[in-house]
Design a protein around this ligand. Structure first.
Ligand code: ZN
Length: 435
């Protein structure tokens, strides 16, 4: 009886294996007909293109007239639309919620929100990003939510929740006196939105911990508070010394990863560049020397223009004057960097901005400061991909790339604001929104 049972099971097992071998499905072939294709890399769009997708990869791109559509392919007709690569936002905070200063702002998020609530908000944030055509985010720190970004990234990769490809920075690193929460009684040990480290040993250790737990990038705060100085200039409080920063950069580069540095201007920015930061975040107040050094070192510049036009304090207060000065120095910094040929990458600081607002609002801001629409699109596609060490894999519609593809009605090169109304989103070969 038992033996017979075993034989039966064995036979069944063999049969199952045999069936499995027969039933492995060939990767699905999808064809997109594109009325106009902005491929993320070329300087000009191309009319009437066909994109052949096998599984999650782009196999071929060519003229509709001469490209053969494989038999049995699913055809998606975007012949009345402009097709682009999935967009990349290189500066987001999925664990922030655009905290309203009137409702307690940043501090309430850390002091009152349970981790479950923060994870739920982050889940909505990544979905919002994908809906708007952002198929990749570099999320530059969780603001007190620890290693929560690693969990969200895993949930997306496992197909549990929809969301973009994530490159995460985990906790970020700053110095004593270099991050919120602050302003409480000195007797209280308040939680901080970033990991605090002082001295090269602690700084290196913090980077090691974060890299060990899965950080794709290390985020460092090189300036913190800012105010209007004696001569009406923007002053930014520096944080790490060059020696401390170099320990972090050296450690991170050893792991084959990069360092993103929040820096406004002045001493902190100079130290950021001397210490070898790979990207400067915000860079509100770039002087000529900084621009020369960024060009020489190949430093990326993620200006995040949008948040500096939000939530200004009243004009007759010190913070209100600072808010207006920050916006006022940012524009000439951006224009100088653009003219000099610094590698500018699209980033918004979403999370600092409510996730209900359009992410693509950064495009018209960049264009209003003199960037061409095609350049702005490339800053959110192929150029961002190079920064993320994903050249040819994302940010481009070309053979070999992942099938991350979006579409809009109309011509975004004529009206860049159209990118706020993405109607079709495919990520990794799967349609998330649209046809
Ligand atoms: Zn930020």
């Amino acid at each position: 009886m038992k033996i017979a049972h075993c034989i039966l099971l064995l036979a069944l097992g063999v049969n199952l294996v045999a069936q499995d071998q027969h039933s492995v499905p060939a990767p699905q072939v999808t064809v997109i007909r594109a009325g106009s294709l902005i491929d993320g890399k070329s300087d000009q769009p191309r009319r009437d293109q066909v994109i052949v997708i096998r599984g999650n990869r782009i196999e071929a791109v060519g003229d509709a007239a001469s490209t053969k559509v494989p038999a049995g392919a699913t055809v998606i007709d975007l012949s009345q639309q402009t097709v682009l690569p999935g967009l990349i936002d290189s500066h987001t905070h999925i664990f922030l919620w655009g905290e309203d200063p009137e409702k307690g702002g940043y501090d309430v998020n850390i002091l009152m929100a349970p981790f479950g609530l923060r994870a739920a908000r982050a889940t909505v944030a990544v979905r919002r990003a994908l809906e708007q055509g952002f198929t990749t985010l570099r999320d530059v720190e969780t603001e007190g939510a620890g290693y929560g970004d690693i969990g969200i990234k895993q949930a997306i990769e496992d197909g549990i929740i929809p969301g973009p490809r994530l490159f995460v920075a985990t906790r970020a690193i700053s110095t004593t006196g270099g991050y919120m929460l602050e302003g409480y009684a000195p007797e209280l040990a308040m939680p901080k939105g970033a990991q605090i480290a002082d001295g090269p040993v602690e700084a290196r250790k913090a980077a090691r911990e974060q890299l060990d737990h899965g950080a794709d990038w290390i985020k460092v705060y090189m300036t913190h508070r800012s105010w209007v100085g004696k001569n009406g200039e923007l002053v930014s409080q520096p944080t790490f010394t060059v020696e401390e920063l170099k320990a972090i950069v050296d450690e991170t580069h050893g792991w084959g990863k990069k360092v993103a540095c929040h820096a406004y201007g002045g001493i902190g920015l100079r130290r950021a560049l001397d210490g070898g930061c790979d990207s400067i975040e915000h860079g509100l107040d770039l002087d000529d020397a900084a621009i020369v050094q960024m060009l020489k070192q190949g430093t990326w510049y993620v200006p995040t223009l949008s948040p500096y036009y939000y939530d200004w304090a009243p004009a007759d207060t010190p913070n209100g004057q600072r808010d207006r000065l920050r916006a006022a120095v940012h524009e000439p910094s951006f224009k100088k960097a653009l003219k000099a040929g610094v590698k500018i990458v699209f980033g918004t600081d979403m999370g600092g901005i409510p996730w209900t607002d359009p992410i693509a609002q950064e495009f018209p801001r960049m264009v209003s400061f003199g960037m061409s629409p095609m350049d702005a699109i490339q800053s959110a596609t192929s150029r961002a991909a190079v920064m993320l060490d994903m050249e040819g894999k994302i940010g481009v519609v070309a053979p070999g790339a992942f099938a991350d593809i979006v579409a809009v009605t109309g011509d975004p090169l004529r009206d860049i604001k159209l990118l706020e109304s993405v109607q079709f989103v495919m990520k990794d070969g799967k349609v998330f929104r649209g046809k």
